[in-house]
Design a protein. Structure first.
Length: 348
């Protein structure tokens, strides 16, 4: 069917443009605007049924889905979210968590000590004791008289990604399926990968000789322990008014997700000293914290979550958390001021 309006409009502006040459471009612009509006209006008019169908489907979805309807009602002020939810599931025992606005100062990352006091799960998942350097060295007599020393490695360094000391464990790289190791005893029920005990004892003995009494509070953790710590933090944050997802996100900045923790493979340890037993950033300013940061690489350890590397590790600065990577790799990481993730990018 011929478009009469379009033809008439074009003819009218054409006559004006031929009659007044100075109006040629203004007429062309005005004609384009008029025809554009005309065609858009015509499109919506001819497709009205399609748009109405889409709108009907969206409204039906919003009104029939319990989850989307609650969000829709809250954001459009159609009715209060609680009333909307109750209207949909009034006969259900499901309840919608009530979120309260968090005061910024309350959104703090809770350390493991705050959770350890309430740790009370299955009998087979016992609490880990804390031992002083004297307690530990007493059970390893070979290190009482200066046995063992740190030796420098000469020549070019070649690193192998299959090296157990360099296994990368984080949120993006969970513990490999089938990964296994032999658990060794530091003292009592305090355990770790038996292959790192020698260097660990050498480091603690060297610190003692420099007047610093180190203590280990959290070496190897099994999956139950890691799940408890992680879920406990989520529960505490939700108790402060956070949603589950917000609590999960904040908790994962302080406690690694179960299945992605270096504690579970026995290569990571939390270390403090006899004069400062809090697992917080303040430990990094103590003599013990400074000694460890300076000398840990000599014994194969690295400060796993250093300051200003949070955007890489996804974990807050933890001056008490040390990971065994071997002396060669630890030396490179300290000299170049890089974390394990950066080490993998550059050397493996």
């Amino acid at each position: 069917m011929k478009d009469v309006f379009r033809e008439k409009t074009i003819n009218k502006f054409s006559r004006i443009a031929r009659k007044h040459k100075k109006l040629h471009y203004p007429c062309l612009v005005l004609l384009s605007v008029i025809l554009g509006i005309y065609h858009i209006g015509r499109h919506f008019r001819t497709n009205m049924k399609r748009y109405a169908s889409v709108a009907f489907v969206m409204i039906f979805f919003m009104s029939s889905c319990s989850f989307s309807f609650a969000v829709f009602a809250e954001r459009t002020s159609f009715m209060k979210a609680r009333e909307a939810y109750d209207a949909v599931v009034e006969d259900s025992d499901i309840s919608l968590a009530v979120e309260s606005e968090m005061v910024p100062t309350e959104q703090i990352l809770l350390d493991d000590e705050e959770l350890g006091e309430e740790y009370d799960i299955e009998d087979d998942a016992t609490e880990v004791d804390t031992y002083t350097i004297d307690d530990i060295l007493e059970s390893h007599e070979a290190y009482q008289s200066g046995g063992g020393s740190c030796q420098e490695t000469e020549g070019d360094l070649v690193f192998d990604e299959e090296d157990w000391r360099l296994v990368l464990i984080n949120k993006q790289h969970p513990i490999p399926e089938g990964y296994s190791f032999d658990i060794g005893t530091i003292k009592g029920n305090m355990k770790c990968d038996e292959r790192i005990i020698e260097d660990l004892l050498l480091m603690m003995k060297a610190a003692k000789e420099d007047g610093i009494n180190l203590e280990i509070c959290s070496p190897y953790r099994d999956l139950n322990r890691q799940e408890f710590l992680f879920n406990k933090k989520i529960k505490i944050y939700m108790g402060q008014g956070m949603s589950y997802m917000d609590a999960y996100k904040l908790a994962s900045q302080a406690v690694t997700v179960p299945g992605a923790s270096e504690h579970q493979i026995g290569l990571a340890l939390d270390i403090f000293c006899d004069t400062y037993k809090d697992l917080d950033e303040g430990f990094g300013e103590t003599e013990a914290g400074k000694w460890l940061a300076e000398h840990c690489s000599e014994y194969g350890f690295t400060l796993r979550y250093p300051k200003n590397k949070e955007y890489i590790t996804s974990i807050e600065y933890e001056p008490w958390h040390f990971r065994y990577v071997g002396r060669e790799a630890a030396t490179v990481m300290q000299e170049e001021d890089i974390c394990l993730e950066e080490f993998w990018d550059q050397y493996l």
